[in-house]
Design a protein around this ligand. Sequence first.
Ligand SMILES: [Zn+2]
Ligand SMILES: [Zn+2]
Length: 242
Amino acid sequence: MITRTEFADILKLLKQKITLINLDYYGDLIHKLWHERVVKSEPALSETEFPVKAAAQLVVEVISNRENHVLSSIQAEELVQQYLAQQSIHVYWQQTGIVPEHGDMYIHLSCKIAVEKLADLVTGIISLENWDKNVCPVCGDVPGFGCYDKPEGKRLLVCGACLTKWRYKRIGCAFCQEEEPKQLKVATADEFPGWIAAVCQTCNGYLKTADLRMLASEPNWYEAVMETLPLDYALTRDSKSM
Ligand SMILES: [Zn+2]
Ligand SMILES: [Zn+2]
């Protein structure tokens, strides 16, 4: 098991290291492509534009820092590619004596932080104003969270992969776009004031949504994944008793 402290330490290290990595190799031509795609209602990034190099640099850093093991950048790029292709890298961890659960977490978080940095670059360049779809305008992934912003309570969706936020209509399931009120429910758990789960009975999807008007600050979305787990359990419990 990776403890919360370990998780927070790894995240902190990666966030420090990413500030030293630049993404200048995404030049003007690619910026133009991003813009054109979003105008056509396609996500800005294509699969081939995944920041493999940046993610690999992070993997090298985190492994040398935490495991006393030196990885070449070529090896790191290969591991990232294998991870992206959803191939298991457990053999590699076994050879190096790194606990597989830790190794996987290093790669996973390195990829996430690298993508988040690229997403920042993209949203700094292109306008998301006309984007009204239920998938991320930057990477095309489904929303991981929702939030109601301050002060008006407009709904934003938060990408589960790159953490980009974008405006979305207030009513309706963010997954299957169901708008029939009787199909849409809201669940809360006492332990999570300021959080609701928007539940859709058509697709059985639910979106954990933070009401920023009720929270002291915006959640750390990485930690929210872990911290709101009891809300998921509460939902499973409630849906069973329905
Ligand atoms: Zn995204
Ligand atoms: Zn739905």
